[in-house]
Write a protein that binds this ligand. Structure first.
Ligand SMILES: C=C1C[C@]23C[C@@]1(O)CC[C@H]2[C@@]12CCC[C@@](C)(C(=O)O1)[C@H]2[C@@H]3C(=O)O
Ligand SMILES: O=C(O)CCC(=O)C(=O)O
Ligand SMILES: [Fe+2]
Length: 350
């Protein structure tokens, strides 16, 4: 069992935070899903998020995007557009099933994978207007077979192909963004599998398929509540329906900026582990997802993590910039996140 799966075993979720509302049969927003105005701040600002072509990335632009934004679009990523389209179709096929079919694959309280409400729900009083399907290790076929006993092959093949593409892309991205800080292949060889051709891929990852059904009152609902990702970095495919918002790091008061989809692009979100490795230089920006009245939005978030049991810590610290964080494993960090949520990062400050 991976250390991430073990972690979920040790931090079970309440039963009432696993099965989502049956959104298709809900025509008015129930009180359980009505969020208060200050939490919603409904007018996102518009500031263009950096768009970076990763076929020949400029180091300075990449570093700037990670330091000033913590989120950027990538183009020329090499993931076939036909695969992105197929992933979107398969997600819609899954989430459009009636509730009695989806809950055949429901996540159990101490499990990390399957169908259900996103884990961060337990940190908020109100419920979110979303449902998810979480995939890790060999869980995909087991859960897909429960939903489609004879008809799961296409879904599994598409998702598995996507996981392979994401694994390669995430390794390239981690070495590019860390390389933009001047870190060499030698310094990164433990973090990025195969970077020197000498190691097999033991890095851990997690795929979260999100679904945000059309909402009768989007101004009072929340798709996915504010959070930072615990990963090294997350690669997000959001199709062409807007919904992702990031917190404006420049503004004093928390304001949200909409991350408008870029045709054929993917969004990269720097995670808490990259913040630690870069000794606080890269930002793991707070983000959330909002919903709308007319379109069913789906997104696929691939969380890329370090190899199991690898101790990570600031790699860019020197005498002028002493380490701000102590060394830790991803498992240790996720355990802190599971109990302290958005305060987890501060627990590891030196
Ligand atoms: C690898 C992981 C990142 C995640 C926690 C998890 O162990 C598995 C689910 C991931 C997810 C997806 C939705 C948002 C999020 C904050 C959550 O609760 O579950 C992330 C977690 C995270 O980044 O901490
Ligand atoms: O759906 C989105 O736009 C955001 C998803 C996300 O942040 C996540 O799954 O962690
Ligand atoms: Fe996220």
């Amino acid at each position: 069992m991976s250390s991430v799966a073990q972690l979920f075993k040790n931090n079970p979720v309440n039963h009432d935070r696993i099965i989502p509302l049956d959104f298709t049969n809900t025509k008015t927003l129930p009180d359980s899903h009505v969020w208060s105005k200050p939490e919603l701040e409904p007018e996102p600002m518009t500031r263009p998020i950096p768009v970076i072509s990763i076929s020949s990335p400029e180091k300075v632009l990449l570093r700037h995007a990670c330091e000033e934004w913590g989120v950027f679009h990538i183009t020329d990523h090499g993931v076939p557009l036909s695969l992105l389209h197929n992933v979107e179709c398969q997600m819609k096929r899954l989430f459009s099933l009636p509730m009695h079919r989806k809950i055949l694959a429901v996540r159990s309280p101490d499990e990390s994978t399957g169908y259900g409400v996103v884990r961060i729900s337990m940190f908020y009083d109100k419920l979110m207007w979303s449902e998810g399907f979480s995939v890790m290790d060999s869980s995909l076929r087991r859960h897909a077979t429960l939903i489609w006993p004879d008809d799961h092959a296409e879904f599994c093949n598409v998702i598995e192909e996507y996981q392979k593409e994401m694994a390669n892309l995430s390794h390239r991205l981690v070495s590019m963004v860390m390389g933009s800080l001047g870190l060499t292949h030698k310094e990164l060889r433990w973090l990025v599998p195969n970077i020197t051709g000498s190691r097999t891929d033991s890095s851990q990852s997690f795929l979260q398929l999100n679904s945000y059904p059309v909402c009768p009152d989007p101004d009072l609902a929340m798709g996915l509540a504010p959070h930072t990702d615990s990963s090294l970095l997350t690669i997000l495919y959001q199709g062409n329906i807007p919904g992702l918002e990031i917190q404006n790091l420049q503004a004093e008061k928390s304001r949200w900026i909409g991350v408008e989809p870029v045709e054929g692009g993917l969004v990269v979100i720097m995670g808490d582990l990259s913040h630690i490795i870069s000794n606080g230089r890269f930002k793991s920006t707070m983000h959330r997802a909002v919903v709308n009245k007319t379109h069913h939005r789906v997104s696929a978030a691939y969380f890329s993590g370090p190899p199991k049991n690898l101790q990570i810590g600031p790699l860019t610290a020197d005498t002028d910039h002493p380490p701000l964080y102590r060394r830790l494993t991803w498992e240790e960090y996720l355990a802190a996140k599971a109990t302290h949520f958005n305060e987890a990062l501060s627990l590891f400050r030196c």
